[in-house]
Design a protein around this ligand. Structure first.
Ligand SMILES: Cc1ncc(COP(=O)(O)O)c(C=O)c1O
Length: 483
């Protein structure tokens, strides 16, 4: 058992700086001296002494054997992994590595259709062949639901050569799938379970939240420590708890997607965030949950406003729910999530994380104050009082069937492409994705042939000026296809 009170990387940097060396390495700013006075005045000088590089005292992320290795071991112990790697390019790089490792130059993996785009990047980089699994649709909120063990079992019946399954759990909106059930199915078929837990690093520390993926049998997971706990943006972790994954392969794939000059500021922020969680994680995360529970009750008492909660469990493949996410809908008074988010920011100075057609999402963390939640609730109260009529478009009854898979995402990405009028896109092989909101699930991926059914579905959205995510021409007058 390591001593979680230690902060090996932080301490190594403090020790190094005490030596006050004549510095001839990168970065070129030599502590604060080379930094613009504008930035120094705004942020102070101390932070720049942590922006260092590999020195004999500071270890090397790509061959960790000293302070970074110890910091990673402490993190592994805290989250219950066999081993952990610090990531300086976010969970984006972690998802890429999981997929490149599982597919290893062409193998098959199952990807949820609503996966983060880094999953697609992993397929493009690694040349893997995806089988897409469709999450169920939660119709009342217009949200993607969970992936069920039954859907995964069915996928294996049709694709016995599938090497791994990726699941996003909890999602941005807090929706957790049945990870234990899915892990059992994967392992029965000799495949690995990879969990994109970008939004779930805090789940391990409070009984009020879904359990963490590693506790439930996932082989590997990726966590954006920066999203829900206290590290700096871009700092994430990749945890492995499995002997089904070839360590040397995974580690060499990490070098494909991580800088050879990893930021010591980011890595130190991971070390000290882990230290903080180790000391008072339960208190921190219980506090976030308590703030969110109270705000949710108050929002639900406002006529015209609703906030999703644990009642979602059991519907649409939803196995559990992270109550620190506040998914707020003003659907009943005809305000879209996009407009609600705008009003909250421009009229009330309340900044929500994201919006979709139906909902706006607040992420509540341990570092929020009661006052933040009060401002959100009071703003929603005021918006509801001032806007009591209006209707929203109904959620599409059914998504179109998945189109024909012609090329892998990598083949589509590296093919000759051309931009053609959208009107001529039927029958062509897509080189970009289209995800209409709601519900934001891609109806076509690069490499798939544009069917009449998908084209009609997207066209109906386009004509209503609906929100389309993915195409480089946001108005979709044109579309990029394989030549
Ligand atoms: C589900 C999911 N996975 C992965 C990522 C990428 O995480 P990062 O920003 O740490 O690269 C995000 C980012 O929003 C996400 O929502």
């Amino acid at each position: 058992m390591n001593d979680q009170n230690r902060t090996p990387l932080f301490d190594a940097i403090v020790e190094y700086n005490k030596r006050k060396p004549s510095y001839f390495r990168v970065p070129g700013h030599r502590y604060e001296k080379g930094i613009s006075p504008i930035l120094r005045e705004a942020v102070g000088d101390a932070i720049f002494s942590f922006d260092l590089t590999e020195t004999p005292l500071l270890d090397d992320l790509h061959h960790a054997s000293g302070a970074i290795m110890e910091a990673e071991q402490l993190a592994a112990e805290l989250w219950g992994a066999d081993y952990t790697h610090f990531l300086v390019n976010g969970s984006t790089s972690g998802n890429e590595v999981m997929i490149i490792t599982a597919t290893h130059g062409g193998g098959k993996v199952a990807i949820p259709r609503n996966a983060h785009k880094s999953a697609l990047m992993g397929l493009i980089l690694g040349g893997g062949n995806p089988v897409y699994i469709m999450p169920e649709l939660e119709r009342e909120w217009g949200l993607h639901g969970g992936i069920t063990p039954e859907a995964v079992e069915k996928m294996f019946q049709e694709n016995p050569d599938c090497k791994g399954v990726m699941v996003v759990s909890p999602t941005y909106y807090g929706i957790a799938s049945d990870i234990r059930g899915i892990a059992d199915v994967c392992h029965n078929h000799g495949a690995i379970l990879m969990v994109d837990e970008a939004h779930g690093a805090h789940c391990y520390f409070s009984d009020l939240l879904p359990k963490g993926a590693l506790e439930l049998g996932a082989d590997v997971c990726v966590q954006s420590i920066h999203k829900v706990t206290g590290s700096l943006t871009q700092s994430s972790m990749l945890h492995v708890k499995s002997d089904r994954i070839k360590k040397s392969r995974l580690e060499s794939n990490l070098t494909l997607v991580q800088s050879t000059s990893p930021s010591y500021l980011l890595m130190t922020s991971l070390d000290v965030a882990r230290h903080d969680i180790a000391r008072r994680g339960k208190e921190m995360i219980d506090r976030a949950a308590a703030l969110a529970i109270d705000a949710r009750d108050r929002i639900n008492a406002i006529p015209g406003m609703t906030c999703a909660g644990k009642e979602l469990i059991g519907r649409a493949g939803i196995f559990d729910y992270d109550i620190t996410k506040l998914v707020v809908s003003a659907d009943d008074i005809g305000i879209t999530g996009f407009d609600l988010k705008k009003m909250l920011f421009f009229d009330y100075n309340v900044d929500m994380e994201l919006a979709d057609y139906r909902n706006a999402l607040a992420i509540v963390t341990f570092a929020n104050e009661q006052e933040d939640l009060d401002r959100l609730v009071e703003a929603l109260q005021d918006i509801a009082e001032k806007n009591q009529d209006g209707t929203l478009l109904p959620l599409a009854k059914k998504l179109p069937s998945q189109p024909e898979y012609v090329l892998s995402p990598r083949e589509a990405y590296f093919s000759d492409r051309e931009r053609i009028p959208w009107m001529d896109a039927k029958g062509r092989i897509a080189a970009e994705m289209i995800a209409p909101y709601p519900p934001g699930i891609p109806v076509i991926y690069p490499g798939e042939r544009m069917s009449e059914e998908v084209w009609d579905f997207v066209e109906a959205f386009r004509q209503r000026n609906g929100h389309l995510h993915g195409p480089s021409d946001g108005k979709l007058s044109t579309f990029v296809v394989v030549r």
